[in-house]
Design a protein around this ligand. Sequence first.
Ligand code: HGY
Ligand code: MN
Ligand code: MN
Length: 418
Amino acid sequence: MVSATASGARAAARCIELSRAPYSDRPDRLFRGWLTPAYRATIERVGAWMEDAGMTVRRDAAINLIGRYEGATPAAPALVIGSHLDSVRDGGAYDGPLGVMLGIECVAALHAEGRRLPFAIEVIGFGDEEGSRFPAAMLGSRAVAGTLAPQAADMADAEGVSVDAALRDFGSDAASLASAARMPGTMLAYLEAHIEQGPVLEAEGLALGTVTGIAAQLRLEATVTGVAGHAGTVTMPLRRDALAAAARMVAAVEDIAVAAASDLVATVGRIEVAPGAANVIAGDVRFTVDIRAGATDRRDRAAAAIRAAMDGIAAERGVVLDVATIHDLPPCPCDPRLMDLLDAAIVATGQPSRRLMSGAGHDAMAMVALGPVAMLFVRCAGGISHHPAEHVDPADADAAFAAMCGFIDRLGEQVRDA
Ligand code: HGY
Ligand code: MN
Ligand code: MN
């Protein structure tokens, strides 16, 4: 039975509810893509929870879900609390929704006490952060930040459905996306609570951490074009095997990242082969390359080395290589003043403060275009994420709820004293 009063445990329980039908587009495991039937059911359910918490609720042109709890000073810039409602394929229950549910709990607590801050609080459930339906990521928060490139609307999903058609299914369209951009100067600060998706907090026996910044992220899509042929008749010297070439390129990505011996990581997460038959030499291969590091120069040096290696392999094997940049996100520093507030709020819950970097990308990377950002990390079991085994202890969710309420109160005091 989910508690009737605001708590972190209720936020965690709601994440579990949202991990099941009808809030998943797959019957057996969690997948919730942006603008899918499961997404529609989810924003209806979460919108009702926002209303119960005393918020007015709207959907912007990107079909992000936005709840607003008015402050004592109507026109003051708002505190925005957000995270994403979409998931990866075979994802976990908490990556994204936990930050939205905790934001709703913080407002529900204020509403129950009839309290108003000197600023409004807006809780945003972003529709696309993972990029699990369309090729690019963070389309929801980038639409709010006003940093979404117009051509983003030209993308199509694996079934050939365009962003425009998917938006029309929700009463919006690609031409309206620009209207989702938030007016500059209307955001006081952005706070995102998110599972750590890594092992550090658990290893140190801590429930919470203050994020210092988010790694720079470059995502590429490589297309290798060779010559398809009969697997039984084309002799080895005559082949221009796109998959054999791509395999060497994938190995080069890993070799270069390992050799960097730094915080650099590089991943080939998706590969598609055509025509994909056992008795046909592959003619076309398409794969993604995700490269991240705490500093842009380290990331870009590795990207240049990876590109050079891929070009060399393509030339040696007589295949054609084309590389497109899907997204290029600079590192996102969290705001020192907000980090101090978050540290103080965490210490007030009874645990020491702990600062750490985020290798995972988050909507805060987009929202930093609108103002200062802060992120609260919450311990997750085994650091496991992007997997059904993702788990958050309700007691840790309660600690996160307490820390977020403490952060909001401290920010309110700072604004009043300013
Ligand atoms: O890719 C990421 O780091 C995030 O989980 N979308
Ligand atoms: Mn994720
Ligand atoms: Mn996430």
